[in-house]
Design a protein around this ligand. Structure first.
Ligand SMILES: [Ca+2]
Ligand SMILES: [Ca+2]
Ligand SMILES: [Ca+2]
Length: 220
């Protein structure tokens, strides 16, 4: 990986959250962190920029390096790692969508920093941060709105991943029904797409949707 693409990746990450201002000063350190060896001073910076403790970051980093000695994950690695957690289903399509959400600069790889920034939002972010991240995940072509087709693709991929073992009584049309009910609630102005504003507003004031969101929490 080139240092230049690192900078691009970091600037994309900053746009997501706005709290990574100090990262520009640490591009060199972070670059070395992800490609050469463990650097405690960079861990300090990552600790400031995420909601993980230093100890947690070290554990994550060890796991990351263990799976990916090169320091970056490509999509195939990512799918392989992910499939270990969902042996009962086919997680490859969901892993593909998830990979694209983590790979914010679209360079075909997820660095350790990409990984922990995403994970920090998913696991420790505010409701708004998490809903923003979820919106970006469901907006498959990243054009700023979610279509019914995009939501259906995501929903199918989750049902595939869970497999019949988890939901033995699930009907084939369950994903479509799930999406229809999401859409009726979310698409306030009935123009056929869900914007970020519609998404956040509906999610926040609907207890059922917030509960359904838990499904996604559990699989990420
Ligand atoms: Ca990337
Ligand atoms: Ca879209
Ligand atoms: Ca709409």
């Amino acid at each position: 990986m080139k240092a230049k693409s690192r900078e691009q990746s970091l600037s994309d990450s900053r746009e997501l959250d706005g709290s990574y201002d100090q990262l520009t000063d640490s591009v060199e350190d972070d670059f070395e962190l992800s490609t050469v060896c463990h650097r405690p001073e960079s861990m300090d910076k990552l600790q400031e920029q995420t909601k993980f403790t230093k100890k947690e970051l070290q554990v994550l980093y060890r796991g990351f390096k263990n799976e990916c000695p090169s320091g970056v994950v490509n999509e195939e690695n990512f799918k392989t790692i992910y499939s270990q957690f969902f042996p009962q289903g086919d997680s490859s399509m969901y892993a593909h969508f998830l990979f694209e959400a983590f790979d914010t600069n679209k360079n075909g790889s997820v660095s350790f920093e990409d990984f922990v920034f995403g994970l920090s939002i998913i696991l420790r972010g505010t409701i708004n941060d998490r809903l923003n991240w979820a919106f970006n995940l469901y907006d498959l072509n990243k054009d700023g709105c979610i279509t019914k087709e995009e939501m259906l693709d995501i929903m199918k991929s989750i049902y595939d991943m869970m497999g019949k073992y988890t939901y033995p009584t699930m009907q084939d049309d369950a994903p479509r029904e799930h999406v229809e009910s999401f859409f009726q609630k979310m698409d306030k102005n009935k123009d056929g797409v869900v914007t970020i504003e519609e998404f956040i507003e509906s999610c926040k004031k609907d207890e059922n949707i917030m509960q359904s969101m838990q499904l996604f929490d559990n699989v990420i």
